[in-house]
Design a binder for this molecule. Structure first.
Ligand SMILES: [Zn+2]
Length: 324
């Protein structure tokens, strides 16, 4: 029973991601060198480039079918749950009667009625819809991220719901983007990425497709309401939260660039709003939004160092509300 619920969830999330990515790519121009903001809102953008087409095929989400020893990507966070509301989804479990009816319908070439949508835990607000940060896409080199696994190294099925892990950059947003664009296939230790980066001016930079496993945290554990969660997918590496994490990084203020400080002047209002806007589109609950500092077990990561959770949650709660 739990399996079928989980598979339905994955299917639903996959469809949302596919719809959102198609929406995103159909409106976006890939920025290859500079972090240039789009002055138009996404709905006004009609720019296409060969890079878009290439990535559109590369990041097409897969619906996982659990096959031991054959890792398949697990989708994670939905970039836009508004799209989901118009996508008909198959029902998780069907009675034999329903299955027979469906067969009969198919035989008779009749239209099958769309099934009811699974309930989502949050709804975005009018305030959310009135706010639109600028954004750009600067895809990381594929050597800096991987697929999400459906089983761990022991062949155990992985069912962790997604978490969101917040970070900050060590230097400017542009410098981080340059790092992620570097092909690091020759050196495993240099492979690093976040899914999304938020610049000081609130510009949202999409780096890694949400259905992929970004390399944002090494040795790490999430301690949630359900206990300890971490996943080992590589015998040579410590377990990590990467397999079920969506990593978002804030551009650090210039006064802390390349300095190992325990606090700094903080993040801009634009960053807090853009971050809340991004997260409001996911179904990840508040208590699964965490920091690199909280999940790190290497003893070396303390970012984001001056993050104001109260301020962030206040904004987030004006952007999304829990469904009754
Ligand atoms: Zn970090």
């Amino acid at each position: 029973m739990r399996d079928s619920v989980w598979i339905t969830r994955l299917l639903a999330i996959s469809l949302v991601i596919l719809a959102a990515i198609v929406l995103l790519l159909s409106n976006k121009e890939v920025s290859n060198s500079n972090l240039t903001a789009n002055s138009q809102s996404p709905s006004e953008q009609k720019v296409w480039s060969p890079a878009n087409v290439q990535y559109q095929s590369a990041i097409k989400p897969t619906i996982p079918t659990p096959k031991p020893n054959q890792p398949t990507p697990i989708p994670n966070q939905s970039p836009n749950n508004q799209v989901a509301a118009v996508t008909p989804k198959p029902q998780p479990t069907q009675t034999n009667n329903q299955k027979n009816n469906q067969k009969t319908n198919q035989k008779n070439n009749q239209v099958i009625k769309p099934q009811p949508l699974p309930k989502t835990p949050f709804t975005t607000t009018a305030t959310f819809r009135s706010y639109q940060p600028k954004y750009t896409v600067a895809w990381a080199d594929p050597s800096n991220y991987g697929d999400r696994f459906v089983t761990d190294i022991h062949g155990m099925p992985l069912m962790n719901p997604p978490i969101i892990v917040l970070h900050e950059t060590t230097n400017s947003a542009q410098s981080a983007v340059n790092t992620f664009k570097t092909n690091n296939s020759a050196d495993e230790n240099r492979q690093v990425s976040y899914h999304t980066l938020i610049a000081r001016n609130g510009l949202v930079v999409y780096l890694v497709p949400p259905d992929k496993r970004a390399f944002g945290a090494g040795n790490s554990v999430f301690e949630g309401a359900g206990g300890i969660e971490t996943v080992q997918t590589n015998l040579n590496l410590k377990p990590s939260v990467n397999n079920f994490a969506y990593h978002v990084s804030l551009e650090t203020p210039p006064d802390a660039w390349d300095k190992n400080v325990s606090s700094h002047s903080g993040y801009t209002d634009e960053q807090y709003y853009a971050l809340a806007w991004l997260i409001a589109q996911s179904d990840v609950p508040d208590d699964r939004i965490t920091t690199h500092r909280a999940v790190d077990r290497s003893g070396q990561r303390i970012d984001p160092v001056s993050f104001d959770f109260d301020k962030f949650f206040n904004i987030l709660h004006t952007f999304r509300v829990k469904n009754a």
